[in-house]
Design a protein around this ligand. Structure first.
Ligand code: HEM
Length: 198
């Protein structure tokens, strides 16, 4: 049953790829498909990061520990979407013109926030294996993987720093992250700080 849930969650995380391929190939991506892809991949990475973070508190509060089972898979898929987002920016937006991309980075703090988030997600993905969990020990591994909350915070910063007029999406993302953090704290209070669990 848990295995099925893990595969369903992974399928859900990959399904947007089918949607975006359809949108681009049928012209639904609008006049600027590169911008569409950039925004689509960025939003998907962020939403997936929020879903991954939300599974732990949901499992603790409900008592159904299996809910949290796909977290590592979803974390890796979050990184894959962030990688696609970076790939769209470097390849399709900047045409691999590294000097130009470097110039773009100057004076655009939101890009640095994005790069920092990407680096954190890369670290978490690299250490998400059983081998790394054994090497670090459960407690240290869990502490390291709390960096996912830092990544969510800097991804939010990346998003808000580029808003020019409409803050609606930012408020939505900030509220979602706030609820997840509050649920995490509440779930820790309910189940006890020392109890093993997600
Ligand atoms: C790897 C470094 C990154 C670069 C260079 C980068 C670059 C960009 C660019 C150029 C945009 C579009 C800005 C505009 O249209 O004015 C964007 C939007 C966005 N990015 Fe990133 N990004 C990076 C990492 C990330 C990561 C890791 C996440 C999430 C986990 C993320 C989430 C977003 C979101 C949510 C948006 C806004 C989309 C929207 O408003 O529709 N980005 N990014």
């Amino acid at each position: 049953m848990i295995r099925l849930w893990k595969w369903c969650a992974a399928g859900g995380a990959l399904a947007p790829a089918v949607w975006v391929a359809g949108a681009v190939s049928t012209g639904r991506a609008g006049a600027d498909p590169v911008e569409y892809l950039l925004h689509f991949t960025g939003n998907t990475a962020f939403i997936l990061l929020l879903v991954t973070l939300g599974l732990g508190p949901a499992a603790r509060l409900s008592g159904f520990w299996g809910i949290a089972a796909p977290r590592r898979w979803l974390g890796v898929l979050t990184f894959c979407w962030a990688f696609a987002h970076l790939g769209v920016w470097i390849g399709l937006d900047q045409f691999f013109a590294w000097t130009f991309a470097w110039r773009e980075l100057q004076g655009r703090p939101y890009l640095w926030a994005g790069l920092f988030t990407f680096a954190v997600l890369a670290l978490l993905t690299a250490t998400s294996t059983d081998g790394w969990m054994r090497r670090l020990g459960r407690a240290r591994w869990s502490l390291l993987h709390k960096l996912a909350y830092v990544a969510a915070g800097t991804a939010l910063l990346h998003q808000v720093l580029q808003v020019r007029a409409d803050y609606a999406v930012f408020y939505l993302y900030a509220a979602a992250l706030g609820v997840i953090i509050a649920a995490r704290l509440a779930s820790m209070a309910v189940t006890g700080l020392n109890k093993r669990g997600p």
